[in-house]
Design a binder for this molecule. Structure first.
Ligand code: MG
Length: 316
């Protein structure tokens, strides 16, 4: 933008602040016109398996349905394989969808055999997720320092992931009706993938079957704008994690810090249909910090989070 144009724009913005709605209307005339998304975005709240009250599969799913949730996130590893049939049965006739499977992964080993073992481990997991009609398998391509011996450099890893490990997993996922979902992390967790836009570019280069997600907890350190980050992912955004922004615990405990409205605006502009899934811990039990919170208190906090997120979605 030319300096004169910028100043002109700034002047109009200044007048808007000073003169109120008449000037705001004038300003609207030069604002970009956005096309409405094909589908209206939905807030599909979701919990991770370990955080859902109840011990039996049906108890957990009943809890989600009765408390304003639309989706469920399961562990990865062998869990999807071992629980595939039971989960298909338990999900029948419910208003829930199976979002993602979440667990550790690492494709940064310098030894090709170790990377191959990682690919082989996940192929049957993807088949099970496809059968369960899951959105996908969350993948963090690398953790820790890539400068350590025995690791690929970031440049080598990107090439190998896009052309080899990630592409083969994505193709397999796509064939079975699911996807791999790249998760950007914080800089202290990985130097490789920190921003949603970068994850989206890796997903695009990897090809069909590869998508990206955003985790509000990581994003608040790594992104300049929640809304901008989500928009940059576009249709490749298939999953969202959420946690308190002051402390990585259930949203609503530090309600003054937990503002997701800007991010939700981005999801609305995309017509986002995926899940917003709580991933984080719980506040300490004031009576005994070693014991964890009693279940009734966790249920109260879950309901408090649902209310907070629904209110902020309405504001976005
Ligand atoms: Mg996460």
């Amino acid at each position: 933008m030319k300096r004169r144009m910028f100043l002109k724009g700034s002047a109009v913005a200044g007048v808007t602040t000073l003169c109120g709605s008449g000037a705001a209307k004038a300003a609207e005339s030069w604002m970009p016109k956005l096309k409405a998304p094909e589908q209206q975005a939905k807030l599909n709240l979701c919990l991770q398996w370990g955080g859902i009250p109840g011990s039996e599969m049906t108890q957990k799913l009943d809890f989600l349905e009765a408390n304003g949730f639309s989706a469920v996130e399961i562990p990865s590893g062998n869990w999807p394989i071992e629980n595939c049939e039971a989960m298909i049965q338990a999900m029948k006739g419910r208003k829930l969808f199976l979002a993602t499977a979440c667990g550790p992964s690492d494709f940064s080993y310098a030894e090709p055999e170790k990377r191959e073992a990682e690919v082989q481990k996940f192929l049957p997991v993807l088949e099970a997720l496809g059968k369960m009609k899951s959105v996908g398998l969350i993948i963090c391509p690398a953790r820790g320092k890539l400068s350590e011996p025995g690791r690929l450099s970031a440049k080598e890893l990107r090439k190998d992931f896009v052309e080899n490990t990630g592409r083969r997993l994505a193709e397999h996922a796509h064939k079975h009706g699911t996807s791999i979902v790249l998760e950007p992390l914080r800089r202290n967790e990985t130097p490789f993938l920190r921003q949603v836009a970068d994850g989206a570019a890796i997903a695009r280069d990897t090809g069909p079957g590869c998508t990206v997600m955003g985790d509000f907890w990581h994003m608040q350190l790594e992104e300049t704008s929640f809304m901008g980050a989500f928009i940059s992912a576009g249709k490749l955004l298939t999953h969202v994690h959420i946690a308190g922004l002051k402390e990585r615990i259930i949203p609503g405990v530090h309600a003054e810090a937990d503002n997701y409205v800007d991010g939700f605006k981005g999801l609305k502009l995309l017509g986002y249909q995926g899940a917003v899934s709580f991933e984080g811990g719980w506040p300490k039990n004031p009576a005994d910090p070693k014991k964890g919170l009693p279940e009734e208190e966790r249920i109260r906090l879950i309901r408090n989070m649902v209310k907070l997120l629904q209110e902020q979605w309405a504001m976005a």
